[in-house]
Write a protein that binds this ligand. Sequence first.
Ligand SMILES: Cc1cc2nc3c(=O)[nH]c(=O)nc-3n(C[C@H](O)[C@H](O)[C@H](O)COP(=O)(O)OP(=O)(O)OC[C@H]3O[C@@H](n4cnc5c(N)ncnc54)[C@H](O)[C@@H]3O)c2cc1C
Length: 315
Amino acid sequence: MNAVLKSQPVQAIFDAAAARLGRVQGPRVSFEFFPPKSDKLEEQLWQVIRRLEPLGPAFVSVTYGAGGSTRDRTHRTVARIVEETTLKPAAHLTCVSATREEIDDVMRAYWDAGVRHIVALRGDPPAGAGAKYEPTPGGYAYAADLVEGARRVAAFEVSVAVYADLHPDSTDWQAEIDNFRRKIDAGATRGISNFFVDADSFLRLRDRFADAGITAPIVPGIMPVSNFNGFKRMAGAGGVYVPQWFADIFEGLDDDPETRLLVAAATTGELCARLAAEGVEDFHFYTLNRAELTLAICRMLGVKAPMAAQEEAVQ
Ligand SMILES: Cc1cc2nc3c(=O)[nH]c(=O)nc-3n(C[C@H](O)[C@H](O)[C@H](O)COP(=O)(O)OP(=O)(O)OC[C@H]3O[C@@H](n4cnc5c(N)ncnc54)[C@H](O)[C@@H]3O)c2cc1C
């Protein structure tokens, strides 16, 4: 192929990664999983973990179901990651439907199991995102309180959530900035963003925090679209802006998974290209317990497993 015709976004990824990081392996990545509901899904998740492990992520995180509904499954998945892999797990925890003592016990159990990283979240009301949130009596009220609790229980590394399109409960950007500052002041070390479609949303958020003098890093949460209806539902609940052009691209592909996968790889690859070109050095992937899109986009970012590990992982 004529070098001049080479795809600009992909080129931008490699140029940005190489120039800024000075590393052959590209930027740092991390992966989010959710705890599986059945033995069959657990087996599938472990195949995914084995395929992604050789990419050498900075950490992998495991979500916590609304209202603590997955408490035991989250714990089991995280403990198995500690015992059976080389990965560093981060356990998500929320404030919803539990007292401080109960949550502190969960955190102590994590520490005893060898877990050193917590993703501290407020969580959504039991009635679902969009319902009015009320703190649980005797519980941690907001994520900043949970961060403080985690740091009191043990020397955890703590990550927290930030929102490129503004959290639906935040009245304005100042509330979002103040809230992130509270969480950092309480002992968190990084923000991980909710997913977004428009790179400018994340880049503006980064500027807003920088202008406010907040130096803690924020990591973009990248959600490759594996099912557009599910994506739209989650976007609606979380106040994520979905531009019309993006909806148009996926329109009519509900029953065409192959084309959808290719379109998702292209759109997410381009989003990451733009971010990398703007100096983003860390990417957090919402894998939805699937490997293929995350592997493809990591590869475009210059992050891939050594050859021997790739052969082993696909067997
Ligand atoms: C990276 C990431 C991972 C997630 N993982 C999970 C998960 O595993 N399980 C799950 O159930 N959910 C998860 N969520 C969703 C999250 O729980 C919801 O978005 C929730 O609505 C807000 O959580 P938070 O930690 O951002 O809350 P907070 O940081 O507490 O903020 C929530 C809202 O409350 C406002 N606020 C903060 N403090 C106060 C105060 N003192 N008084 C009044 N208002 C205040 C803030 O401005 C903001 O609008 C995740 C989200 C992200 C981005």
